[in-house]
Design a protein around this ligand. Structure first.
Ligand SMILES: Cc1cc2nc3c(=O)[nH]c(=O)nc-3n(C[C@H](O)[C@H](O)[C@H](O)COP(=O)(O)OP(=O)(O)OC[C@H]3O[C@@H](n4cnc5c(N)ncnc54)[C@H](O)[C@@H]3O)c2cc1C
Length: 437
């Protein structure tokens, strides 16, 4: 009896380790070193393809809380990261070569893990399987996944930023659907007058854009449908006023008139705490997104929990396909983990590998699947990727906006973060016997 794990990246290594901890044999496949994605360079596993930072350490931050929860599950990657640490202020940064070597040695020396250096080209059906082949999954396997799941595999991430509802200045925003269609609170409108629009427009077309890798350049057929707002704006001063920022069918209650231009915000989750900037997919550098989009009066103090991005990213439309234990809804022996599920970031990918690994092992042992409390960052991310309310699914990293609201919400940001962390860790400990068995 064994479990297949496909991909020895961040998620795959965590998954294999969790399965092996439960004394179950694992066949861990990776196409390295024979074949590498355009971003992977090293022969070792768990390669950090870009930054060497695993983000903040302090538990009162979203990234820090995620790591603390992963430590609760004896995360292999964090044990190795602690040994490969380099000074980085409040962040956990590593020497990437030492880090990957430590993970690779742990995997190679594990008696329950057999490493197979082969590209997998079809979804295996010989055993319970976890697919963790990442945002740059090889073409043949991507094709098989796309054929299996219809149109539910995306190859490119062209996403608009997401902001928190609580950070919107409601004095400068109003709820209304265009021409009164739909529910009245479907859209939160952020109006601008002519002067405000012109300042915003100039900043938008002159803002700095992020450089693209060759493999990030989008197919022109796809590009037209999800063009970055800054590129569309360059076609003419009024192009976006007749496009995503059109004010027709809307009346600003402050003036009783139609605004000059409007940014519409749409709910990203069922509780409406996260809002998507509709039609604002962008390739601007992250600090530029904050600078430029905050020129819209209602967004003056906006808190960005996800920036817009344009890059190659293979990911499933998970809310249609996955359960919150990372198994496939109509194929319970198949699991996905890592960035391909729509979690975003090194540690988010690794944490999903932990959950998928535990649940694949439970499946083999005929034990019930484990769902983590929604008050935890890992539980909330699992809920988000499997939340059928989410229609325009975009990948998501750890942030406090996806956690349920606190009962007594401290006003101070640090105290609030600490309260989220205390609640999460207490709920994990209360459910310890169920989640750790
Ligand atoms: C260019 C780029 C830069 C990024 N930078 C950052 C960053 O700075 N910070 C951050 O937090 N996140 C970053 N990410 C996002 C994400 O966190 C990482 O991609 C992360 O490595 C995802 O982990 P994973 O385990 O899902 O996939 P990966 O770590 O990519 O692992 C997938 C593994 O699967 C193997 N594989 C692929 N196809 C097959 C196949 N068919 N058969 C067998 N093996 C296969 C690959 O060789 C690889 O080892 C970046 C992503 C990209 C593409």
């Amino acid at each position: 009896m064994y479990i297949n794990v496909i991909g020895a990246g961040l998620a795959g290594c965590e998954a294999a380790y969790q399965i092996a901890k439960r004394k179950i044999n694992v066949k861990l496949y990776d196409m390295k070193p024979k074949k590498k994605s355009p971003a992977h360079k090293s022969n070792n596993f768990a390669e950090l393809v870009c930054s060497n930072s695993l983000k903040a350490e302090r538990v009162c931050s979203a990234a820090g809380l995620l790591k603390e929860e992963m430590r609760f599950f004896d995360s292999l990657l964090l044990k190795c990261a602690d040994k490969a640490k380099v000074p980085a202020g409040g962040a956990l940064a590593v020497d990437r070569d030492i880090f990957s070597k430590l993970v690779t040695d742990e995997i190679n020396n594990n008696e329950f893990i057999e490493v197979v250096n082969e590209e997998v080209t079809k979804i295996p059906d010989d055993a319970i399987t976890i697919i963790a082949t990442g945002p740059l999954t090889s073409d043949k396997l991507s094709e098989d996944i796309a054929n299996t799941f219809g149109n539910s595999l995306h190859f490119f991430d062209a996403a608009a930023p997401i902001v928190t509802l609580e950070s919107i200045d409601m004095e400068c925003a109003f709820y209304e659907s265009r021409y009164g269609k739909g529910d009245g609170d479907d859209y939160l409108n952020c109006p601008m007058n002519k002067e405000e629009y012109e300042v915003f427009y100039d900043a938008l077309i002159n803002a700095q854009r992020a450089p693209l890798h060759d493999f990030d350049v989008m197919d022109p057929k796809v590009y037209e449908g999800c063009m970055p707002i800054e590129v569309m704006a360059q076609r003419g001063k009024d192009t976006i006023r007749f496009g995503p920022m059109k004010p027709v069918g809307l009346t600003d209650p402050r003036t009783g008139h139609r605004p000059w231009a409007v940014l519409q915000l749409r709910k990203e989750n069922v509780s409406g705490t996260m809002l998507n900037l509709v039609g604002f997919q962008t390739n601007l550098k992250f600090p530029e997104q904050e600078r430029v989009f905050r020129l819209i009066p209602a967004l003056y103090n906006a808190e960005f929990i996800r920036y817009g991005v344009m890059h190659r990213n293979t990911f499933l439309n998970s809310p249609e396909i996955l359960r919150n234990d990372f198994s496939v809804k109509n194929s319970p022996n198949l699991f996905f983990a890592g960035q391909i599920t729509g979690v975003e970031g090194y540690m988010e990918s690794a944490s999903s590998g932990i959950i998928a690994g535990i649940n694949a092992a439970n499946k083999l042992n005929n034990k019930p699947s484990v769902s983590l409390p929604e008050t935890t960052m890992m539980g909330s991310l699992s809920k988000y990727i499997s939340d059928s309310y989410v229609k325009n699914f975009q990948p998501m990293g750890a942030n406090f906006g996806i956690l349920p609201e606190l009962e007594n919400r401290p006003r101070d940001k640090k105290a609030r973060g600490q309260a989220y962390a205390d609640r999460s860790l207490s709920d994990l400990n209360t459910n310890k016997s169920e989640v750790l068995f």
